[in-house]
Design a protein. Sequence first.
Length: 189
Amino acid sequence: MSMDIERLKELCEGEDLRYFLDPRTEAVMMGFGGIFGRYQIIVPIEVDGRFLQFRTVNYLHCPPDHPHLELVLRILGERNYRLRMVKFGWDPSDGEIVGYADIWVEDGELTQKQFGSTLKSVVTAIDMNFKRISEAMESGEDPGDPRPEDLVSSSLPEGLRRALRGIIDKESSDDDDDDEESSSGFGKV
């Protein structure tokens, strides 16, 4: 069974998304805000309706002559090795960096749950890696994955930030205690 634009619109509406139709081709475009930035994703219908790609638009650019290109490519390769669904790509012709996930529809139908899960995976992956990739491009140093405290938005009220900081600190100290085991061999009780 193949995908058509009407079904793609239904899937978007099933996730309560605001989207735009591309007037040149069968595709939808959506915008999302994350912790580290704002992102646009396009979902074109390709290969006679048998293939969808959830793909970023204007995510990041690292030109081929950029002084920190090698580090950026190492980070993208490491991300591609560790992530299951979402991948990152670099276009050597213009330096565009994209995040994407591919779905082959072929003889089945893309369900609402599959569509929603794919979209959430893409948005999460591009947001959680945006700061790392952009800082590596800027500084030439790999800052690594975001720490839990990086994920606590400064736009949260002070009291909520303090409460989250306390939870993070408690979790960190509890992790240190995990090495101690009870006599049952199942850890602390």
